[in-house]
Design a binder for this molecule. Structure first.
Ligand SMILES: Cc1ncc(COP(=O)(O)O)c(C=O)c1O
Length: 379
């Protein structure tokens, strides 16, 4: 089956009891058993629920993976991946990851003696040099949130295989429609479902995909033990959203490229971060590794006061956290998504006080550009 067909059908058969074409929301915590040990595969909804199972099979199919495991948020999924490790284990991680991932590592997991090196994973030589005896995992986000750095997934996979490490890719920004990390040999893919996969800004969720049976078994065991599961209703919302993922991602990418090109022509914009622009430092790699460049753009207005002015006067674009919905969202990473990253570290990785992030939605692109233009006039 091709991608668009899988997006609509994978993991979903008509309901065997009623024939309902759409997977029902199974609002049940428990399941009747015929006799001790005899049941239909479901015993308790922390362990498994049919609506959640449909979503897990669906996204596993989209990523060309064997196992999908759905969580109550993207961060719950990230946390579960790190629970594969033991105290003193060392993780190499992209320096430009989502601020919540940075906060989890530095302010929660380091207390449990996990060790993290946040480095520039676009530099494969540096990644190799950072591997030490205790290293167990390389965790990359590509493109990164918010400066759109691209890491070479095939190179990371080669390196992890040679050193017997686990490779992880946060594929939230690209989605499986634009990039399939397992096909480059990455062991684990993680998503915040909250973003493009659901696509309508009305639920939170996370999902892990892997084809490694042992890793999947351990992750399921941790999930069952800890309980950070996705609710049946949220799984249903996300299943509904995914049916239009291909058409949404096509249009997000089209609109974003047009907005990014327009931004490069604005005198008030010092720098534009979009992998679809030839001026992007990893444009060639992005072209090779991704099928298109997605809907996320960051741009630098040179100062906090300029950023503040445009964010105050923006009308159509909503000033809000999050991304990946049908509506255009605009945000200020330094004070919002990445506020928990210390200022010095933020400066080092390009999250300046003048940086603004745009999640380009599916409105008419001329309306998005007009809104930006009227706000730029206030600077
Ligand atoms: C790239 C990336 N990964 C993970 C997360 C965390 O996901 P959630 O907000 O669903 O917990 C986010 C949230 O913004 C994100 O942008």
């Amino acid at each position: 089956m091709k991608f668009s067909t899988k997006a609509i059908h994978a993991g979903q058969q008509p309901d065997p009891t009623t024939g309902a074409v759409m997977t029902p929301v199974y609002l049940t915590s428990t399941y009747v058993q015929e006799e001790i040990g005899k049941h239909k595969g479901y015993v308790y909804s922390r362990v498994a629920n049919p609506t959640r199972t449909a979503l897990e099979h669906n996204i596993a199919a989209l990523e060309n993976g064997k196992h999908g495991i759905a969580f109550g948020s993207g961060m719950a999924a990230v946390d579960t991946i790190f629970r594969l490790l033991k105290p003193c284990d060392h993780v190499i991680i992209s320096h430009n990851v989502y601020g919540g991932t940075y906060r989890l590592a530095k302010q929660v997991l380091e207390d449990f003696r996990l060790q993290f090196d946040f480095i520039d994973t676009t530099n494969i030589k540096l990644v190799e040099q950072t591997i030490r005896q205790e290293t167990r995992m390389i965790f990359v986000e590509t493109p990164t949130n918010p400066t759109m750095e691209i890491t070479d997934l095939a190179a990371i996979s080669k390196l992890t295989k040679r050193n017997r490490l686990i490779s992880v890719c946060d594929n939230t920004f690209a989605t499986p429609y634009l990039q399939q990390p397992l096909s480059y040999g990455i062991d684990i893919v993680i998503h915040s479902l909250t973003k493009y996969l659901n696509g309508h800004s009305d639920m939170l969720g996370g999902l892990i995909v892997t084809s490694d049976n042992k890793i999947a078994e351990r992750l399921r065991f941790i999930q069952k033990s800890v309980g950070a599961i996705l609710s049946p209703f949220d799984a249903w919302l996300c299943l509904r959203g995914i049916k239009t993922l291909p058409v949404r991602m096509e249009q997000h990418s089209k609109n974003a490229l047009q907005v990014a090109r327009w931004l490069t022509r604005q005198r008030k914009v010092k720098r534009v971060f979009y992998p679809g622009l030839p001026i992007h430092p990893q444009h060639k790699l992005a072209k090779r590794q991704m099928d298109d460049f997605g809907g996320m753009i960051a741009f630098d207005l040179g100062s906090f006061s300029n950023a503040k002015k445009i964010l105050k006067h923006i009308k159509l674009c909503a000033l809000a956290e999050s991304l990946g919905g049908v509506e255009t969202l605009i945000s200020h990473p330094a004070t919002m998504t990445h506020a928990s990253v210390p200022r010095e570290q933020r400066q080092k990785i390009g999250i300046t006080d003048g940086l603004v992030r745009l999640s380009v939605g599916l409105e008419d692109v001329n309306d998005i550009i007009s809104d930006l233009l009227q706000s730029f006039k206030k600077i």
